[in-house]
Design a protein around this ligand. Structure first.
Ligand code: COI
Length: 358
């Protein structure tokens, strides 16, 4: 046979006509995989363009043992969410941002990428085909996971000869336990997530494998996640394993600037804009670890984590706590969380044009 999965998959339209919800328990969804009905798949050869692609039943895919992604980590992913509104319609949040981030990441990873239009169309198609899996209002969201992988076989270190763009979805609730429950971070002193000139600034799969050792050790000690420092000085804040970080001090909100080692989060970017609209001064700059004790509030942002208030940060055995009001959640974190999620869920008028209705 020719490539990895030619002819194995055919376009099998099995769109469900029913608008009924899937028959699962919608209470207490966490962030774990729930298999859904359909996934999207499109392929292209190196130097080519992605074909239209299509839906097929959700399930395993076949890959050559020599595929670029399995051997050399040539792969990118994205993450975005769809929410159900009171009137039953479904909204996506800034899908074009994910599409263009994939285009930029693909350039870094020597991969062809779907166009922004192709990406957004494919996301819409996949969500509509899995409509019954979008949780009811207030129960969570449909997490959308686009993947771009070097699926073609290659033995030496080089870009794969064939690429696969696929999208699957899963209903999710909170990433960390409990809504707006403060998380406890530990600053990592020995391991780094990213280095200058490396791939920290793109959403490549390897960035996530690289953090697992430190993350597992932190979890074993009872922490929610790890906060990474820059690899050159071991001094400046970078981000957590799957989210960006923000510090609040008075009316000023600071976050590490995008410099190649920081993942350019879409929630990060959105929170910066929302905070400015609320009248906060927002600075993107180098933030030293020494600034942590002076912060009034700290929070993390990400598609999966949304806005997660930080209850404490432990560094070299010393614990800095952030009290805040209403059960340890700072007022700024809470305000920004509400503003953002109300927009994402279509509860407030979208003056920024960030939501896309299906
Ligand atoms: C997301 O927020 O979508 C992420 O990329 C985090 C993911 C690793 C769970």
């Amino acid at each position: 046979s020719k490539g990895a999965f030619t002819s194995l998959y055919e376009y099998i339209p099995r769109m469900r006509k029913s608008d009924q919800l899937a028959d699962i328990c919608w209470e207490n969804l966490g962030f774990s995989l729930v298999p859904t009905d359909q996934m999207y798949l499109s392929k292209c050869s190196a130097g080519g363009n992605f074909s239209k692609g299509g839906l097929r039943p959700y399930g395993n895919i076949e890959l050559s043992p020599a595929s670029g992604v399995l051997n050399y980590g040539q792969g990118l992913f994205e993450g975005l969410k769809a929410y159900r509104k009171e009137d039953g319609s479904i909204v996506l949040f800034r899908p074009m941002e994910n599409a263009s981030r994939m285009v930029q990441g693909a350039e870094r990873m020597c991969m062809p990428a779907p166009t922004v239009e192709q990406f957004v169309e494919a996301v819409k198609l996949t969500v509509l085909a899995n409509k019954r899996w979008v949780p009811p209002v207030g129960k969570g969201s449909l997490y959308i996971r686009p993947l771009l992988i070097g699926s073609g076989a290659i033995l030496g270190v080089a870009p794969a000869p064939e690429y696969t763009f696929l999208i699957y979805v899963s209903p999710v609730g909170n990433y960390f336990k409990g809504l707006l429950a403060p998380i406890n971070l530990i600053v990592e002193n020995d391991f780094h997530r990213a280095t200058p000139g490396g791939t920290g600034g793109v959403k490549t799969i390897g960035n996530y494998a690289a953090v697992m050792k430190a993350q597992s050790a932190a979890k074993a000690k009872g922490f929610s996640d790890v906060l990474y420092l820059d690899a050159v000085h071991n001094k400046y804040l970078e981000e957590a394993s799957s989210s960006n970080i923000f510090l609040v001090k008075g009316n000023t909100i600071s976050t590490p600037s995008i410099n190649g080692t920081i993942l350019p989060g879409i929630t990060r970017k959105s929170i910066i804009e929302v905070a400015r609209i609320h009248g906060y001064e927002v600075e993107e700059r180098l933030i030293s670890i020494d600034e942590l004790p002076e912060a009034d509030e700290v929070f993390c942002t990400g598609t999966a984590v949304v806005v997660s208030p930080v209850g404490s940060i432990t560094y070299l055995g010393k614990k800095i706590s952030y009290g805040g009001e209403s059960g340890g959640v700072g007022i700024v974190s809470k305000q920004l969380y509400s503003s953002l999620t109300n927009l994402q869920m279509g509860l407030t008028e979208d003056k920024l044009g960030w939501t896309v209705e299906l």
